[in-house]
Write a new protein. Structure first.
Length: 609
């Protein structure tokens, strides 16, 4: 580290070309009653009219805390201690609570991650949209006319009866569009979007993103888009701020930050993004970010950084490097390094025997069929990915395979023996050999049991082992899942999302299954944690000679783990084959459209910034 790098920096200027709608300066948010423990600190950025700023980072980085502050709000237990939030020149932090409330919906609007939390389940859609406009008299002169107009803007036709529906009568994508219509109805100056596409399939996701982009441009609205999905952000935002431990560590134009990242954390996040165009090993960021309010001294990323040096014990300021702001002592050096080369995934032999054979499977809920004549085979030591839009039948297929759904016709054969419809009809040995990993790591673990008790439960059910033998197996499977024995006495609420999912994987593996069914196991995880979990599954599959069914709507992720892929649409297989054939040379129009909707992000290619 040189003396020049330690010199006082100049704060980079990222002044937008259009008039600035939102200006945030030195925002600081602390734990209530403790001004020394800050959750967010030194956050500054500008957003121009018609532009979208992306706030990205892992869970706990402070993204949502900053987003809520833009509405003049802090979560319970937090308080905004200093800084300025200027919206069209008006400082929201200098207003009274009543004055800020009057501006919400009129000048600044919010779109939450879960549309179900934004919509009242007891009220029809037209009533809820009208309420927002009636709450601000004079903002909209012709409410019925504006109602029809804003529905058309979000691609919902009033003539199709959407206005008279209740939220539960609409799909997740339609609910999110209603939330967007509600936010844009009074033509605000600022829209804050908190991960509005999380959990949506790629086609619905693209429609929502197109709607956001078009509305911001049409109305000259400044927008702040919070997300942990960098591929989604890269195709939408004009500039991006990367947050870690409550501070911005890199900020600049999107093409600069994503095209040639400088901060080691940004480089790590981008390296963890799966590519829809090539098969390569994913590189996650090992370790965990510090908990909010517990930022370590010096550079907060240093404990996880491969480039750390002794000087990182001192906190780096935000300096101007390569046309962006970077908070790193070694930024000037990293600029000349280029990107780390990607590592291709070795080929897997698919000529082994068949572990699972699904033949002419038709599955119904009541009298309504949802899967039609499904046939597929899962070879030994291989992973078959099942992809498709929400509602295509992916999870129903997974639940039928493991015995959680019983109303079906056709046959399921495991290692040459038929699988009975339903878990209760299957022998214990059959249940042991087929294990299921659920989608949500926050609900799949019993909060009243320790990690040791959770993993011990299937051992007690399937084996007659002594206490010492159970402890030995628990310790070994935790090690395989990249967890230590220190986790055994902990409870799920003491673990991060990625750690919980590793526990769920360990619980499935501890009984030594032969087939693993993974149902959207990475959809709730940060991109860096997702990469770690996928590489963990891929390694364990190879080491334990597992067959795997991997359910996902993330087509880019398929290349990093699967050898073959099955595409579902409306409960029917429309295309199947090797990953390379289906993703590179899709034949069915549905598969072609899915591939066109996959977000593609151009990241560093190895050339200097």
């Amino acid at each position: 580290m040189t003396g020049e790098q330690l010199a006082a920096p100049t704060v980079p200027d990222f002044a937008p070309t259009a008039p600035v709608r939102l200006s945030v300066r030195d925002l600081r948010i602390c734990l209530e009653g403790d001004t020394q423990s800050d959750v967010v600190d030194e956050v500054s950025f500008d957003v121009a009219a018609g532009e979208v700023l992306g706030l990205v980072g892992e869970s706990g980085s402070g993204k949502t805390t900053v987003a809520l502050a833009l509405l003049g709000h802090a979560r319970r237990g937090l308080t905004i201690t200093s800084g300025a939030i200027l919206l069209d020149g008006l400082d929201l932090l200098g207003l009274s609570h009543q004055e800020v409330r009057a501006l919400r919906g009129l000048k600044v609007a919010y779109v939450p991650q879960d549309p179900a939390s934004a919509l009242n389940p007891a009220l029809r859609i037209d009533t809820q949209l009208e309420e927002g406009m009636k709450a601000h008299p004079g903002a909209v002169n012709d409410i019925p006319g504006r109602l029809a107009e804003v529905l058309e803007e979000v691609r919902l036709s009033a003539g199709l009866g959407h206005l008279r529906r209740y939220p539960h009568q609409m799909s997740g994508g339609q609910q999110q569009r209603v939330a967007l219509a509600m936010a844009f109805s009074c033509r605000p100056s600022l829209i804050v979007l908190d991960e509005p596409t999380t959990g949506l399939d790629v086609t619905t996701q693209r429609h929502v993103l197109d709607t956001v982009r078009n509305l911001c441009t049409a109305y000259g609205v400044a927008a702040v888009y919070v997300s942990h999905d960098l591929a989604v952000v890269g195709g939408l935002v004009s500039s991006v701020a990367v947050m870690y431990s409550g501070r911005i560590v890199e900020i600049g134009r999107t093409d600069k930050v994503f095209g040639s990242p400088v901060h080691p954390y940004t480089r790590g996040l981008l390296a963890a993004i799966p590519s829809p165009e090539r098969s390569e090993l994913l590189r996650g960021i090992e370790g965990q970010p510090p908990r909010p309010g517990r930022r370590p001294a010096g550079c907060s990323f240093a404990p996880r950084c491969e480039l750390r040096v002794a000087g990182c014990a001192e906190s780096p300021p935000l300096i101007s490097v390569a046309d962006r702001g970077v908070r790193c002592w070694r930024a000037s050096e990293v600029v000349t390094r280029g990107a780390d080369p990607s590592q291709p995934i070795p080929d897997r032999d698919m000529t082994g025997g068949t572990v699972l054979d699904v033949a002419n499977l038709t599955v119904s809920y009541g009298r309504t069929p949802v899967l039609h004549d499904i046939s597929l085979r899962v070879p030994a030591d291989c992973c078959v990915a099942v992809v498709g839009e929400s509602g295509s039948g992916k999870t129903t297929l997974a639940r039928t395979i493991v015995g959680l759904h019983t109303n079906f016709e056709g046959s399921l054969t495991f290692r040459g023996a038929p699988l009975a419809p339903g878990m209760r009809k299957r022998p214990k040995e059959s249940l042991r050999r087929v294990q299921y990993i659920f989608q949500n790591p926050y609900t799949s673990l019993n909060p009243r049991k320790t990690i040791g008790q959770i993993i011990s439960q299937p051992l007690e059910h399937f084996f007659d082992l002594s206490r010492s033998e159970r402890d030995e197996r628990i310790s070994a499977v935790l090690k395989d899942a990249s967890l230590s024995d220190e986790f055994i006495p902990r409870y799920p609420d003491q673990l991060s999302g990625g750690e919980r999912q590793r526990v769920a994987i360990a619980r499935a593996l501890v009984v030594e299954p032969e087939l693993l069914v993974c149902d959207e196991v990475t959809s709730a995880l940060d991109v860096s944690v997702q990469a770690v979990i996928v590489e963990l599954l891929r390694r364990l599959q190879s080491e334990r000679h597992l067959a795997m069914v991997f359910i996902t709507h993330n087509l880019a992720l398929v290349r990093s783990i699967a050898q073959s892929v099955v595409v579902l649409s409306d409960g029917t297989i429309v295309e199947t084959g090797s990953v390379e054939d289906v993703l590179e040379r899709p034949q069915d129009p549905y598969t072609v459209r899915l591939m066109e909707d996959v977000p593609k992000l151009s990241v560093a290619t190895g050339s200097p910034a």
